[in-house]
Design a binder for this molecule. Structure first.
Ligand code: 3HC
Length: 311
């Protein structure tokens, strides 16, 4: 049974009003947003690692500059999202501590390795492509700061996906060896990419409440289907084989049918047992500790400065 406050809040949500930091909100609304926004921010920051790995080994100066710009953007997206999460009363330091202690997640996809340059193209195309499908929908989320962060982030994401598609197109239309690498990258990254949308709606713990509060405006399966429908024609355009024999156009549904990913693998990866989980967390903890002296120096400087102006 809802209290008057909860009833009034739900009426605001039903009227598609944006909830702002100073507004009353149910504790669980606040908590699930801190969870999702914090994990979204962690995904942006950890997502830099697989690509960062190839900045020094990009095949041309132009590709190096493009990848550098993209990885830099991801860092900025992380900062937007940590700041948006802080409006809910959770500090960035606390979110980072929970990540480092393995008590918060980041997107499963970043626990897969980037083995060669074709992977960098496939990651930009498929991973950022999937992230765009998710984030375009999230622009309509009911929490104001999250919605506005999504609007800003989406403006930069299309460059991320296009540069990836362009890179893998060079290889798909290149030598037979390059085409084979492009095919291998798509075969390895296809199912991890569709896992990004989360478990099937029937298995989703948060979807029902998140959709009632319009935190989530489209379901996991809806967004996954949208991603498949837009990506299959691109794979065919590249002249590559489809990475899932179950993909078949379904006339009466007006969508592609496709095989489910291996959900045991998915739950294993988000439990921490993916190919790269240990490395990714170690890289993050090392970077955080190696950077402590910079943060301490900046804070000391800021304290001195504010003491001077106060005096
Ligand atoms: N990776 C890791 N964990 C995942 C996951 C994934 N792909 N999909 C689901 N989960 C987790 C959920 O976090 C939840 O666990 P928790 O209770 O510990 O948080 C559990 O699995 C059950 O899933 P639900 O569907 O019930 O969870 P949600 O309602 O939160 O839906 C979601 C999952 C669709 C990922 C949603 O959280 C969301 O839209 N998050 C924001 C988008 C996001 O995080 N994107 C990251 C993509 S990568 C990126 O942005 C960087 C790109 O720019 C390169």
């Amino acid at each position: 049974e809802m209290s008057d406050q909860e009833r009034e809040f739900q009426d605001r949500i039903d009227r598609d009003e944006k909830i702002e930091p100073k507004d009353w909100m149910p504790d669980d609304y606040r908590a699930t947003l801190i969870r999702q926004m914090g994990q979204h921010a962690h995904s942006e920051v950890v997502g830099q690692l697989p690509e960062g790995n190839w900045i020094t080994r990009a095949p041309t100066l132009e590709r190096k500059a493009i990848l550098l710009a993209k990885v830099q953007d991801e860092a900025g997206h992380g900062l937007y999202l940590y700041s948006a999460a802080e409006t809910l009363g959770e500090s960035r330091d606390e979110l980072v501590r929970l990540l480092h202690e393995g008590r918060m997640k980041y997107s499963s996809i970043f626990n897969y390795p980037t083995l060669n340059w074709a992977d960098i193209g496939a990651v930009g195309w498929l991973v950022d492509g999937a992230a765009i499908v998710n984030q375009v929908a999230l622009q309509r989320t009911s929490y104001g700061p999250y919605s506005r962060a999504m609007i800003r982030i989406c403006k930069e994401e299309s460059f991320h996906a296009r540069q990836g598609y362009h890179a893998i197109m060079q290889m798909a239309f290149g030598t037979p060896a390059q085409k084979a690498m492009a095919q291998d990258a798509v075969n390895r990254l296809w199912f991890p990419a569709i896992m990004m949308f989360g478990p099937n709606d029937s298995e989703s713990t948060h979807s029902e409440q998140s959709m009632a509060w319009k935190i989530k405006v489209k379901s996991n399966d809806e967004l996954r289907q949208q991603f498949v429908d837009q990506t299959v024609p691109q794979i065919e355009y590249l002249g590559l084989d489809l990475p899932d024999p179950g993909i078949k156009w379904n006339e009466e549904r007006g969508h592609y049918d496709f095989s489910d990913p291996d959900w045991n693998e998915f739950f294993d990866v988000i439990k921490g047992n993916g190919p790269c989980n240990v490395d990714r967390l170690k890289d993050r903890v090392d970077a955080w500790e190696d950077g402590a002296w910079v943060r301490d120096g900046l804070l000391a400087h800021a304290r001195k400065k504010s003491a001077r102006t106060a005096a």
